[in-house]
Design a protein around this ligand. Structure first.
Ligand code: HEM
Length: 418
């Protein structure tokens, strides 16, 4: 597969850069010349009731090789998730930081260990496997529905729908409410995109308030009358004699809404995009006797739906020969590590038979993705459901990409049947 053509010095910190595609040429240069390199941050416009203002982060160390990303992830005591959160954008106020720290991804041990144990006591591989039939049925129904139409949008009608339906089941919500989840996660993850969050701080805050109000009502209902769903278990689960507080429950609920939605959507949409635009790849996929699971992991590697997560150095240290000072922002670019030639032969090639495939798309270390099984299951179900019809599916217009330095997103992808 060709490396996306961008200028060799594309600004990897700027959300708008990614509207043109991931700047793989720049990441390749960085891996070669400065595996841990300093990146100044651009000034970005924000809006609130107080007016329009520019916000500019202090800059960060971009970690771009597989080795160095592993090194950061495996030393949570040196590279903290809680100190300034796990997101590239810095919290604006101490109150924002306190609020963020109630979210699992923004915690360090021992708090992280305790909350993760509560969550993983219900979010087990077995509980996820129990969803397999439902996931397969949703994937088949969705493909059947788009087969009835001449033209459709592969993102909004297919890729976004599957994770939303699965989440609604997982969270025990009426399917009709899934569009609320879609809007909330677009507003939060698409904060920088002019069409979604638009850098509007009020929209961001309102989205949290609305989603929390909804989640709290769910928690109250489930505690009063538990059902046979994961969210009832989560609302009532106890570890060491302690339940999640309402606030912790809401934060985790929202994390599931966002993490279980955008990520899988963009994995599916980007993979379909690759299959539609590369006839040889499509032929290899359709003719391959290999289990879908191997292909799913290769799509995870080349797409890398979450491009980066951030840490903050708790002490002066050295990483890949570069000196990092206490308090420095350190950003692990999984999207780059996943194409490191030191680990992956011919890294820009989509090799659906690649094995082993030690990609880092789900992160690594104590924060390893809790939804990895579910995401793989959804992707496999959709690929299997669409495979018989893939030879007749064609792009009918250009894709529109998300302006985000966080998720590798496609907002719309017009397609039709030939
Ligand atoms: C293709 C799909 C997905 C990708 C690429 C992905 C990626 C990631 C990554 C990179 C992390 C690590 C965060 C860090 O190190 O700071 C993570 C954590 C997490 N993911 Fe996923 N994810 C996906 C799907 C899901 C799904 C479907 C769910 C749940 C329904 C989910 C729930 C979570 C949770 C709860 C965490 C936090 C774990 C912790 O902090 O201990 N993810 N994910």
């Amino acid at each position: 597969m060709p490396v996306t053509r961008t200028t060799p010095t594309a600004d990897i910190a700027h959300p708008a850069t990614y509207a043109l595609g991931v700047p793989h040429a720049e990441f390749e240069r960085r891996r070669r010349e400065e595996p841990v390199g300093w990146v100044p941050e651009p000034a970005l416009w924000r809006h609130s009731s107080a007016g329009r203002m520019q916000q500019q982060g202090p800059g960060f160390w971009a970690v771009t090789t597989h080795d160095a990303v592993m090194e950061v992830s495996r030393q949570p005591q040196v590279f903290s998730s809680a100190l300034r959160g796990a997101f590239l954008h810095d919290p604006r106020t101490p109150a924002d930081l306190d609020f963020m720290r109630q979210l699992l991804v923004n915690m360090d041990a021992p708090q992280h260990v305790r909350i993760r144990r509560i969550v993983s006591s219900v979010f087990t591989p077995r509980a996820v496997r129990a969803l397999a039939d439902t996931v397969t049925r949703h994937a088949q129904d969705l493909v059947e529905a788009v087969r009835q139409r001449d033209n459709f949008d592969a993102v909004t009608d297919l890729a976004a729908e599957l994770p939303l339906l699965v989440l609604a089941d997982l969270l025990g919500l009426p399917h009709g409410d899934r569009h609320l989840l879609y809007r909330w996660s677009n507003n939060l993850v698409g904060f920088d995109d002019p069409e979604y969050g638009g850098g509007d701080v009020e929209v961001y805050r309102q989205t949290f308030a609305e989603a929390f109000q909804y989640a709290l009502a769910v928690a109250v209902r489930r505690r009063a009358a538990p059902r046979d769903d994961l969210i009832s278990l989560l609302a009532t689960a106890e570890v060491d004699g302690r339940r999640l507080t309402d606030r912790e429950f809401c934060q985790f609920w929202l994390l599931l809404v966002v993490a279980g939605n955008e990520t899988t959507r963009h994995l599916i949409s980007n993979s379909l995009h690759l299959l539609l635009h590369d006839e040889q790849l499509r032929g290899r996929w359709l003719g391959s006797p290999l289990p879908t699971a191997t292909a799913v992991d290769e799509f995870l590697r080349v797409v890398t739906p979450i491009m980066q997560f951030r840490r903050t150095a708790t002490q002066d240290t050295t990483l890949a020969g570069t000196r990092i000072a206490e308090g420095d922002k350190v950003v692990m670019f999984y999207v780059s590590a996943n194409r490191d030639a030191a680990v992956f032969a011919d890294p820009h090639r989509v090799d659906l038979e690649r094995a082993p495939n030690p990609h880092l798309s789900f992160g690594v270390g104590p924060h390893f993705c809790l939804g990895a099984h579910l995401a793989r299951m959804e992707m496999a179900a959709l690929l299997d459901a669409i495979a018989p019809h893939l030879p007749r599916l064609a792009a009918t217009g250009p894709v529109v990409r998300l302006e985000s330095n966080f998720v590798n997103g496609i907002k719309s992808m017009p397609v039709g049947w030939t």
